[in-house]
Ligand binder design. Structure first.
Ligand code: F0G
Length: 475
């Protein structure tokens, strides 16, 4: 695939991908898990009993589960075989050294601390490096990252470039930083910035990639002020795949070469291994610098566990070590990103408004545009999640007014986030294209009756992270 000399003609760039019918899954299936189909009447009852919140559904009652791509991957035969090689020693497990080897080979970092999942790694990193009054700059922090920054009494600052917020515009690398903004924020007081965090890919605006050029510049700016750079590497391999196929100069490089270059611009990373390490649970922290690693261990050991297991069984670390090597396989990534894009294309063809371009791990539907008759206070994205479940037994997740909205404590007025989205996150190696076709069909049917979809009102909400446990009734 030739590289484009400029990034100006995005349409041309997208056409460079092989179309879905030019290749097949690069794996065959050894074990199957039967799905349960429910009737529409059953689903009407189930979702009502769940307080119209898909988080409260038993997963047995879900036909195609697109709630999250996190921890939902299918492991390979080699990963499963690795479980039998678990060394459950309290200290010095051989699986820890295998994990360290994978991280060193792929990311180039020497010092590795396992964690029970991504937020465990975030907790350790923030505790070690962030002080009260600090400001952690990033392209767009994930919710748990933001939470950990706030818990330290520090301020999370998003420096995403303007294009990243424009839902319908087909620009490339919508996960990029606004470099000027980044430098302005640093200049306010460089001593208050413990590090810059680059989230690859950027989950909160649609799984959008960050370009190598931008990463290089971010690193250059941060280094000018002596500020370390970390990656939130949850979906690092997907980001590398986009760089290879969309960024000039990278088409001839391998994914491992791209990953090594990308991580060379940082001082370490946190990672939720539940995404691009293809495991069901796990996470890690990695550092280039030993002193920083030692500092992190002071928090790692009391909170996550001893340095060589960090909340994981030896067997889990083995599955992670193997998953990290599998995820950088080009054929795997083409299939993976291709399937998500395929779902996005089906929805576009059905006239469903989605965040464009389709990102790496899911398709994000603009619920406000799809259900324009519903005001924000009737939670259009939540209403769409409910209807999609009733229509096809398909579970997505609301990323809109319920998840990110809040009530002003002084005026009692609702404060709404900019976007009102439903995310359909695609688990890795789990569903086929025909499942994706069923999702698209169900959504088209919802679209056909969109004007009669009813809104929701909240009947119960927790003071924080209300979307997980909120209860609703139909308006
Ligand atoms: N960073 C990013 C970019 C994430 O997407 C997530 C989790 C985390 C950190 C936290 O990792 O769940 O292992 O503790 N994202 C999941 C999702 C929950 O559905 O997008 P974790």
């Amino acid at each position: 695939m030739p590289g484009l000399s400029t990034m100006s003609d995005e349409r041309e760039v997208w056409q460079m991908f092989r179309s879905r019918d030019e290749y097949a899954e690069p794996f065959r299936i050894k074990v199957v898990e039967m799905l349960r189909e429910t009737t529409r009447e059953e689903r009407e009852t189930l979702i009502k009993e769940a307080g119209y919140n898909a988080f409260s559904l038993p997963s047995d009652a879900v036909y195609i589960d697109l709630l999250s791509d996190s921890g939902t991957s299918a492991m390979s035969d080699r990963q499963w075989a690795g479980l039998m090689l678990g060394d459950e020693a309290y200290a010095g497990s051989r699986n820890y050294f295998n994990l360290k080897g994978s991280v060193k080979d792929i990311m180039g970092f020497d010092f590795v601390a396992p964690a029970h999942q991504g937020r465990g790694a975030e907790h350790v990193l923030m505790s070690a490096l962030v002080k009260e009054g600090d400001r952690v700059l990033g392209n767009m922090h994930f919710d748990t990252t933001e939470g950990h920054i706030l818990l330290r009494g520090a301020e999370p600052v998003n420096c995403l470039a303007e294009q990243g917020y424009k839902v319908g515009e087909e620009t490339l690398f919508k996960g990029d930083f606004d470099l000027r903004r980044l430098e302005d924020e640093i200049q306010k007081d460089p001593r208050k910035v413990p590090f810059v965090l680059i989230t690859v890919t950027c989950n909160n605006n649609g799984g959008q990639p960050v370009s190598m050029k931008n990463i290089r510049e971010v690193s250059k700016i941060a280094r000018k002020y002596g500020i370390p750079v970390f990656f939130d590497a949850a979906r690092f391999a997907e980001n590398c795949w986009f760089i290879k196929h969309l960024e000039p100069g990278y088409s001839g490089k391998t994914i491992p070469e791209i990953a090594r270059e990308m991580f060379s611009y940082g001082d370490g990373c946190t990672m939720s291994a539940k995404k691009d390490a293809l495991v069901n649970i796990g996470g890690l922290l990695a550092f280039r610098d030993e002193a920083m690693y030692r500092k992190a261990l002071e928090w790692q050991i009391p909170f996550e566990g001893f340095a060589t297991y960090g909340g994981l069984a030896g067997r889990d670390m083995e599955a992670m070590a193997r998953g990290l090597r599998e995820v950088i396989d080009e054929a795997y990534l083409e299939e993976r990103i291709g399937q998500v894009r395929y779902l996005g294309d089906l929805l576009l063809r059905a006239g469903i408004p989605i965040v464009r371009p389709t990102g790496g791990h899911g398709v994000y539907i603009d619920a406000a545009a799809m259900l324009p008759h519903l005001p924000r206070k009737e939670f259009p994205a939540q209403a769409l999640v409910v209807e999609l479940y009733i229509e096809g037994g398909i579970r997505g997740v609301e990323l809109g007014g319920c998840a990110f909205g809040r009530v002003d404590p002084e005026t009692g007025e609702d404060i709404w986030p900019a976007l009102e989205l439903v995310r359909l996150a695609v688990p890795r190696r789990v569903y086929t294209d025909r499942h994706m076709a069923q999702v698209a069909k169900a959504l088209s049917r919802v679209k056909g009756r969109a004007s009669s979809v009813r809104g929701l009102r909240i009947t119960y909400q927790a003071p924080v992270l209300r979307h997980f446990t909120a209860k609703f009734e139909r308006v």
